[in-house]
Design a protein around this ligand. Structure first.
Ligand code: SF4
Length: 501
């Protein structure tokens, strides 16, 4: 009988993507995925150290797994992700029953380490300090969810060269490392050939995609055997005289792949949102009218302490430029409340910017010190909990107001949706996404009447009939069947050379 594995993911989309990669690797090695912890032979925790008390929560989970392991001899436990990258040996000292500890740079090694642990009968620890030169080390595409063959994540870059005071990513993911341009376009073409019509380009700072590649090319005098594959045809035509990174070129190239109907990306850093990127978004029909632009704070003082590299005014200027160029642009953001030293005036400035930005939605976070970051040392300036809670609620009200207004503005409009499947709460209702990334519900019975049903990946149009802050409901007008579908098999994943020259 096949061994089964269970993956629990904590944290961001990058971690979710890593987990899907890992699951693909384990499935390719013959293991079967399960959603039931109690029947798993291998349990993988893909950790995140962003949240407060992440350490305590991890060791709490591990305590539970230890008793499960005692009842199921042979069950293996693997811990990966940011906390594993940070704690390394300390993790095994605290939880010696863990079989494998792997880091953020060697997710692709998890299965080999699990096998080594079984063969040798002892724990395996492998955490790399920097991205590896191994061509398999950089992620390739994975489906957003295994059941959604139409939608895939494509990592274009790992790591980050910025130094935001609240963020642990640069220390656990390392410096920016971009995947070669041609690999990405080829990969998206392969995805499209197997039924994927929507790709989300992932990176910590997608706007600077390619900066490391072109910096190395300049240092090498531009010599490379296959320049177009590495940096794209635009670089070959214009060469080293071109100062900008390659993200705009990549958007155009990926958006031009036959069969790709929707291109999204996350996250762009506001300081690096260049006019060329906005122009590429506006002129590439497949690029969705959606922009996630993390604000974090509307106070210039707080932004400077955070080391964000922009002012509120500059942020709003870039947002206005994007809105002017791209019709019907939906904008979302991230905001941190209670960053150390945030005064009442600072928070009022944030509320003003949030109101002016008219977000379609926002991820709002209460500041929590993350060990290893600059902000974690600012304990003398922490904002009292009661003040933070009150600010958080005021921010929520402002965001919900603009979210509702943005959705109400869509009433009566015809929207393109791609079907994701039945609603979790009500199977008589189908859930779809509009081009702006908005969740839209509509009755299953209408899909059955029009086309006998609507499998995930079907495109249709709905007339919006009600609007709430977080979703729309609609009446289905048209429906087309999904394209040729098929999962992204491990054998079709590409090896990714990351070295220049
Ligand atoms: S840009 Fe800032 S917040 Fe984003 S990953 Fe880099 S350091 Fe972290």
């Amino acid at each position: 009988m096949d061994r089964k594995f269970y993956v629990r993911t904590f944290g961001c989309q990058m971690n979710e993507h890593d987990s899907e990669r890992l699951a693909t690797d384990l499935q390719a090695a013959g293991l079967e995925r399960t959603d039931r912890l109690d029947e798993a032979d291998v349990v993988v925790l893909n950790t995140c150290c962003i949240r407060e008390n992440a350490d305590n929560k991890l060791y709490g989970h591990l305590g539970h797994l230890k008793s499960l392991q005692a009842r199921r001899p042979g069950m293996q436990i693997a811990v990966g992700g940011c906390l594993a990258q940070k704690d390394r040996e300390a993790l095994l000292e605290r939880a010696p029953f863990v079989d494998v500890v792997f880091g953020t740079h060697n997710v692709h090694r998890a299965h080999a380490l699990l096998e080594a642990a079984r063969a040798e009968g002892r724990s395996q620890l492998e955490v790399l300090d920097a991205p590896s030169d191994d061509p398999d080390a950089l992620p390739s595409a994975t489906l957003v969810r295994p059941e959604l063959v139409h939608s895939a994540w494509v990592t274009i870059q790992v790591g980050c060269d910025n130094s935001c005071a609240f963020c642990i990513v640069p220390s656990v993911r390392g410096p920016e490392q971009s995947r070669p341009f041609g690999d990405l376009v080829d990969e998206v073409a392969a995805l499209a050939a197997s039924g994927t019509s929507e790709v989300t380009l992932l990176g910590q700072n997608v706007n600077s995609y390619g900066r490391d590649l072109t910096t190395r090319l300049r240092a090498d005098g531009g010599a490379h055997a296959d320049l177009a594959h590495l940096a794209g045809p635009g670089w070959v035509e214009e060469g080293a005289s071109r100062p900008r990174p390659l993200f705009a070129d990549l958007l155009r190239a990926v958006g031009g792949v036959p069969g790709i109907r929707r291109v999204r990306f996350t996250s762009p850093h506001p300081k690096d949102l260049r006019p060329e990127t906005i122009a590429a978004m506006a002129s590439t029909p497949a690029v969705c009218e959606q922009l996630h632009l993390p604000l974090q704070s509307g106070s210039d003082t707080v932004l400077a302490t955070m080391r964000r590299g922009y002012t509120a005014e500059r942020y709003l200027e870039r947002l206005a430029a994007a809105r002017a160029a791209i019709d019907d642009l939906a904008v979302t953001t991230d905001v941190i409340v209670g960053f150390p030293g945030e005064t009442d005036d600072d928070f009022e400035a944030t509320l003003e910017v949030v109101a002016a930005a008219r977000y379609d939605s926002a991820f709002t976070f209460v500041f929590s010190p993350r060990p290893g970051t600059r902000a974690a040392a600012m304990t003398d300036r922490l904002v009292p909990d009661g003040v933070v809670a009150e600010r958080f609620e005021r921010l929520r009200v402002v965001v919900e107001r603009s979210a509702l207004q943005a959705n109400e503005a869509r009433l009566g409009r015809i929207e393109e949706v791609v079907v994701e499947g039945p609603s979790r709460k009500d199977p008589s209702v189908l859930a779809g996404r509009t081009r702006q990334g908005k969740l839209c519900h509509f009755p299953l019975v209408e899909a059955e009447r029009l086309a006998g049903g609507a499998p995930a990946g079907s495109y249709g149009t709905v007339e919006v009939v009600t609007a709430a802050p977080h979703h729309l409901t609609g009446r289905l007008r048209t429906l087309e069947p999904p394209g040729p579908a098929g999962p992204v098999s491990a054998s079709r994943r590409r090896s990714i050379p990351v070295q220049v020259g």
